[in-house]
Design a protein around this ligand. Sequence first.
Ligand SMILES: [Zn+2]
Length: 313
Amino acid sequence: MRRHRIHPSEFMDYAPDRQGEQVRINHEQCPAGEDTRRRMYVKRSDEELDTVVAYCHNCGGVGVSKCGTAAISSWRDRVLSSDLLRREQGGAQGSPRGSGWAEVSASAAQGAGPHDKGVEEVLLPRDAEFSRTCWPKEGRVFLSRYGLTEEYPGEVFYSSSRQRIGIVIYDCDGNRERVIYRRIFAGDTAPKYMQERSRSAGQRRTMSVGSDVLVLTEDWVSSKKINRSGYDAFPLLTTSLKPEDLVHLTDEYSRVIVWLDNDNPVVKKNRDTIVNNISLLVSNVYCVSDLSDPKNYSVTKLKEVINNVISDD
Ligand SMILES: [Zn+2]
């Protein structure tokens, strides 16, 4: 069910100046009827100064403004808004690459994908090999170590020119939003993960198995493990959640679990921020705080933990 979108012009005049601060105002022209009890909450993000989130407890509507007082033109046109955002942010979000990567990233910038509607997909290397039986042992071990033994056509490949496993992440329209290249060989001294991203793809899609519970994880492997235990998952691929993703994800779910690795104080802090932000939009937010990433547990254990967490009300 898609929530009513509150346009930034309806709340940005009231947005507090300081990070983490929140005010309550009447939602003028609330579609659920006149609001005289200041039922709309407007909060400046804990994380990013230019982000303001609004939530109305009268109509259930949500709004996000990412650009201070310069309101985004229309929430209904998602692609347009995210293009606008990118232009306003100067589009300076390239990922670090070693010199060996320059050639492929140049070709990725030129080509538009088969779903072309102004969306440039990330290209796959020509030697992308999706059949696991053709991978080197190190590649197969990378997945089977976590109990992932099947093939993932279209999702996980090996590239011999890059000497890495590639994980393809899609947007909601099926465009390749990014490819994450994971180190597998001992002699590879470049960063463990390197990624190429499309600047024009839409919001990343959730990994759905038809559950009404969504689990947020850090990485793709953890999300796959969550899927295998019967729940929907979304890999953050970092430990923060963009406001656009936040609204989009919470449209579909009434129960959200945040499950990140517990071994790092920075991750813990980010996790608390994510939990706070989702709590604005979803009534049932849970946090798994004393375990490491889901990928490190058996499916049986994952089911048990998730069942315990959501029956803990
Ligand atoms: Zn309202």
